[in-house]
Each structure stands twice: as C-alpha cells, then as structure tokens.
Design a protein around this ligand. Sequence first.
Ligand SMILES: Nc1nc2c(ncn2[C@@H]2O[C@H](COP(=O)(O)OP(=O)(O)O)[C@@H](O)[C@H]2O)c(=O)[nH]1
Ligand SMILES: [Mg+2]
Ligand SMILES: [Zn+2]
Length: 338
Amino acid sequence: MRGTVMRGSWNIFTVRPDGTGRGQVECRLKGKVLKGVERYYNPLAPGDRVVFEPDPKDPERGVILDMEPRRNALTRLNQKALGVRRSASAQVIAANVDRILCVTAPSSPPFRPRFLDRLLIQGEIAGIPQLIVCNKRDIQPEDPDVEERLSDFRRIGYPVISVSARTGAGMDELRRALENRFSVLVGQSGVGKSSLVKYLLPDQDVRIGAVNAKYDRGAHTTTLASALEVETQGAGRTFIIDTPGIRRFVPDGAAPADLIGYMREFAPLAGKCAYGVSCSHKTEAGCKIMEAVAAGAIHPDRYESFLRIREELDRLRPAGGGRHKSFPHSASKRTETD
Ligand SMILES: Nc1nc2c(ncn2[C@@H]2O[C@H](COP(=O)(O)OP(=O)(O)O)[C@@H](O)[C@H]2O)c(=O)[nH]1
Ligand SMILES: [Mg+2]
Ligand SMILES: [Zn+2]
C-alpha cells in the first residue's frame, strides 16, 4: 500500500493511506536505510510518500518498505552538528511540499527580517513557492519599520498576506492559499504557527505556547513537525504541516559562491561585477551588488543577510576548499569530514 507520512521520528511514523479514508497507520521503519536520504539526519519527514505493508493482524500498524523519490524537500543544516564539527548534516523538515508559508509577526517575538531571508533562501534552494504570512496583525499600532521591510519583500517578488489567528482577520485569504495543496508553516517560535493551524482546525488538539516574557519568544510547545488535513470545499485534499519553532536557521544545499543566485534581487547581478565571479562584494570597485545597495535596489538588511550567511557557509566548508554539496551523514552520527 501507498501513503503519506504525517508525522513521526526516528523509526515510528504515522502514515495516511492513499484513498478517501481518513484512517492512519502507525508504521515502523525496520532498521533499514532508505535510498536517497543518507545525507539527512532524519530518515523521513511529513509529506514523504511511502510504500508500506499493514500488519495482517492489526490494520492500524505496519512496516515501511520504501520511500518514493522526493519531488522536493525543505531542509536545513542540523544545528546540533554546527558548533561541533566543520562538516554538518542536514535535517528534512518536510518533503513534497507545494508551498512554504514563512510565518512572521510584527512584534512579540520581535520581527526578524533577516531570519525571514534565511527561510526564503532555503525555499529558493529547494525550488518551492513561498508565501510570507504576517500573523498577529491585531497588534497595534503598526510599526513603520516592519511595514517598510514587508513592502520590500513584496517588491522583490514574495507575496505577503496579513492575518490574525486571534481575530480571524485575513484567514479566508490564508485558507484559499492553502486549498488543495500541501503547505508547510515555518518560522520563529511564538509567531503563531500552531495558532493558525488551530484556527483552521478548531477540533484538533494543537498545542499552543505562551510567548516567554523573559525572552520574548514562544515556548517550545510544538516538538515535532506534523501534517494535518484541513477540510475544504474543493475536490483536492489540503494538508498543512506545523513545525517546531526554529531559533537559528542555516541554509542547506548551497555553496557560498552560489548564495547570490538564491536571493532574488541579487541573482540577475551574478557575474556582472568588474571582478566577475571573484568579487567578494565587500570592497571592490565596480561591484554591482554594492552599487545596487547604494541605489536602493537591494535593501541594506538583505545585503547584511547575504554577507553573514555567506560567512557561515564559508566556515562550514570542509577543509581543503571542496564544495560541500553533500554533507557526510549517518544515523549513527559518525564524525567524518569531506
Ligand atoms: N495577539 C496575537 N497573539 C497571537 C496570535 N496568534 C498567536 N498568538 C499568541 O502567540 C503565542 C504563541 O503562539 P503559538 O501558536 O504557540 O506559536 P508557534 O510557536 O509559532 O506555534 C500564544 O500565546 C498565542 O496565543 C495573533 O494573531 N495575535
Ligand atoms: Mg507551535
Ligand atoms: Zn561584487
């Protein structure tokens, strides 16, 4: 039988069988390594398509036999591996996704546009369409700095919608954006991802956390990425994946030199600097990137993001200067280097 992974970790996964039924099967991943996931920290993620065999004695249990090749995957560099080693492994947040909803809030927790940049870069790397969802729009008054940054994201080509999980404002538009698709909600802790899911699925047991007053961030109440089905009018099926809040996001799958291609307003300038591809975009005369910043075509925050992320990726680059297109990984956490 075939189905879609809804949630799970390590070796037990909840699978929704294909077809019209709403049942779920708890499936074990029998100690085997699935093809194509070797570089990832976790073997399967919500959205993965699997072949499984139900237990003849208990139809609510089964064994996963195989994974269908992924159409795409939203991944990140695994934070645990970052501080310790030069090489790092990646984590799959969700697979086979139609749209990434980058959730943010104007305040509480504080608006972090450079965090949003990181999510957007990852979406570009993965080739998944994105939508910026600014939640908590009930919070007044509006902050002109937040509005200015949101309008710049619009300018460079990302749709932005304003919603409030508290008042319901904008939720019809959000529902329409989700319809007949597999969407994943990502963003900092406390921006209201789970609250949005709860609004859409009032009958589901969705865990919502108070924003921690001391740190002004959400408590970590969502511990596992989890897909839920939203009932909609259309003929297709609508799934939404809630994910745990992310504190630090390092893009996965881009060499430092390729980063420029994953930032929309930077990409057309790639290779156009006076020093061509060897330009560091930091000091050189005739640097098209710095000119674009000066001319207002690239926002200074985005330029700052670019420099910081490139530096992080540079630091992570394996010794010897090789490209880190695939990070060594094994479930047994071997410490190997490229
Ligand atoms: N004012 C306001 N608070 C909200 C809104 N949505 C969520 N919250 C609150 O923000 C806190 C964190 O919400 P939660 O959904 O757990 O955030 P998550 O970490 O992104 O899943 C909770 O106290 C929610 O009640 C909203 O639209 N407006
Ligand atoms: Mg949550
Ligand atoms: Zn340059």
